[in-house]
Design a protein around this ligand. Structure first.
Ligand SMILES: [Cu+2]
Length: 601
């Protein structure tokens, strides 16, 4: 891979694409849902709705901060990384105002027929990840119009969202992040994400109620040296439009003697000092953060770009007494990293995945170098740890893995320091039963589908990016609906990542909006206990089988790979949840034949 000249390939391919497509200016007109802030009428904005005062206001805005001694300019919610924690109850309305205070970004050379290139990095929207709420990516929320555009809030605009949280929404850890196609990766890997906790029955289990709670929001921050002449920061992630970072090297070297430089949509090198192109995962500099504090650093490795130079920083410390039980809630909010998680020398009492608790805690024994839980990008794990009777320091580890484009070194996420007066806290035997996801029987399945997630390199459909990230051989199309499902029906889907020869160069995490799914099998293995998730890792050359019940909500929604650069460059599809299953024309014709014959008799 090292000798591949991506610039040469892209120069040819992107040049051809650019000459075939007429340039268009992307003029965004505010709609009634996106009012420029200075023109907004006083509250209440829309008297026909119950919207009065938002429960939470999220402001998307730049912030200059210092990470591990490096002055960086990042995108945030409300100036904080992670964004504010949102706590809500099932059966209530959650009102969130999203204000976009990001600065304008030039997308003038972007051809809007080519959706799967980074564009409109100054536009944003909001996704509540893992909540069973109405579809809210297309305008207006809940729409079933196949031509409905994605919600896109421009600089100095805002939008009021109202989410109806179902009464039977399982209590647990969920999260929010931007989902504007073409800008999701850049915004999220710049810091825009936060946790959502739904309170409920599990919080009242006496052994859990008695436990102190440690929340761990994990994020990554991708950075490049800035080329702004008078910048008061050293690194940021501000790719020029249609400029791609050349992971496999170039003629340009930065002050650290690392190759830099990007290509334009025409495949031409940009200004040699412009190091900041869109990347499909490799950055000049990347920090991994736990609750906003960096615990690990990676630097681009010009000699072996898929194995970044790695450096462990000082991780956070959680203090526990010997025999104490603590509740951990961990969110993998990273843009692309799959994390095999292990707590040193301690069994993990897993309570929930993706905010959906089990009937009883599942004990994952400690085995050196074996993960106790795997967190794909976007997954959450909630677990109890009963501290050892032996005082000491025990690491929470992300084990090394080579299942992705970039090799992931082992990282210490945090340290549990066991010290002080011993105690002997109890672990719960049972957990509350979830009612929203009754098991789906064979007889309920009305349709089986197969979706293949594959990457083609060099790309044929997406020459600007140079790699095609596809589902069933197609790139994302905002207005196509390849899949229609029906309310109150169940389906079984097989998500497949092929072998290397057929485009399975790495694993992909599958995520679907609106309804969580039941995991039937992973690589042919039936899980040891019932699993309800909204995201699942699908490893190279394996298939994962899931069952879905389309419940309560109709409308246009999406499923996609949760490696965000893959999603932004095409690995996403729309689907429609339609209200009633129509009578198939075959059944209609049989019925009319029967009617005709009965009339004759
Ligand atoms: Cu992917």
């Amino acid at each position: 891979m090292k000798n591949v000249s991506r610039r040469n390939f892209m120069a040819l391919a992107a040049g051809a694409a650019a000459s075939a497509a007429a340039p268009s200016i992307n003029a965004q007109q505010p709609t009634s849902h996106q009012m420029p802030m200075e023109e907004a009428p006083p509250l209440p904005l829309r008297p026909d709705e119950e919207y009065v005062v938002p429960d939470h206001t999220l402001e998307a805005k730049w912030k200059i901060m210092t990470l591990d001694g490096v002055k960086v300019k990042v995108r945030t919610y409300n100036g904080n990384i992670p964004g504010p924690l949102i706590v809500a109850q099932a059966g209530t309305k959650l009102k969130i105002r999203l204000k976009n205070l990001l600065t304008p970004y030039d997308s003038s050379a972007w051809d809007s027929r080519q959706m799967n290139v980074p564009h409109m990095l100054d536009h944003t929207n909001l996704h509540l990840h893992g909540l069973d709420v109405a579809t809210h990516i297309f305008d207006p929320p809940g729409t079933s119009d196949c031509a409905a555009p994605m919600i896109s809030i421009g600089p100095n605009e805002y939008k009021d969202y109202t989410f109806d949280i179902p009464q039977d929404q399982p209590p647990g850890l969920r999260w929010y992040h931007p989902h504007a196609h073409g800008a999701t990766a850049v915004q999220a890997v710049s810091g825009m994400a936060g946790g959502v906790i739904i309170k409920g029955a599990i919080d009242e289990v006496p052994e859990i109620k008695a436990a102190q709670e440690f929340r761990i929001v994990l994020q990554d921050i991708g950075l490049f040296e800035t080329d702004e002449p008078h910048a008061d920061y050293a690194e940021s992630y501000e790719p020029r439009q249609n400029a791609m970072w050349q992971t496999y090297g170039s003629d340009q070297y930065d002050q650290y003697q690392y190759p830099s430089g990007s290509v334009t949509i025409d495949g031409k090198p940009t200004n040699p000092s412009q190091a900041c192109g869109f990347t499909t995962g490799d950055y000049h500099l990347r920090f991994y953060l736990a609750n906003g504090s960096p615990y690990f650093r990676e630097r681009h490795n010009p000699d072996n770009p898929t194995a970044p130079h790695s450096f462990q920083l000082t991780p956070a410390v959680f203090k526990m007494r010997p025999g104490e039980v603590a509740r951990f809630r961990m969110l993998n909010g990273c843009s692309d990293l799959m994390m095999p998680i292990q707590v040193e020398n301690h069994p993990m009492h897993l309570l929930a995945m993706d905010g959906n608790n089990f009937d009883h805690p599942e004990v994952k024994e400690y085995v050196p170098n074996a993960p106790q839980v795997i967190l794909a990008p976007a997954n959450r794990a909630e677990f109890l740890i009963k501290a050892s009777t032996k005082p000491g320091k025990y690491r929470i580890l992300q084990l090394a893995q080579k299942a992705q484009f970039l090799e992931a070194a082992q990282k210490t996420i945090a340290t549990i320091e066991v010290e002080g007066e011993p105690m002997n806290m109890d672990l719960p035997l049972n957990l509350p039963t979830l009612t929203r996801y009754p098991p789906i029987s064979d007889a309920e399945i009305v349709r089986k589908r197969r979706f293949v997630f594959s990457g083609l390199y060099p790309g044929k459909q997406n020459p600007t990016v140079g790699i095609d990230f596809r589902i069933n051989n197609q790139l994302y199309d905002e207005f196509a609906i390849p899949t229609t499902v029906f309310l109150d029906t169940c389906e079984e889907w097989t998500i497949e990542v092929p072998d290397a020869a057929r485009g399975g160069s790495e694993g992909h995490p599958f995520h679907i909006h609106v309804n969580n799914f039941e995991v039937v099998s992973v690589a042919g293995i039936v899980p040891p206990h019932r699993l309800i998730q909204d995201t699942i890792w699908v490893a190279q050359n394996t298939a994962t089988v899931i069952r879905l019940r389309f419940k309560q909500w109709t409308g246009k929604a999406v499923f996609h790979c949760h490696i965000l650069p893959h999603e932004d460059t095409g690995m996403m599809q729309n689907f429609l949840i339609a209200k009633t299953m129509p009578v198939h024309h075959h059944e209609r014709s049989i019925k009319s034949l029967e009617e005709k014959s009965s009339q004759k008799n």
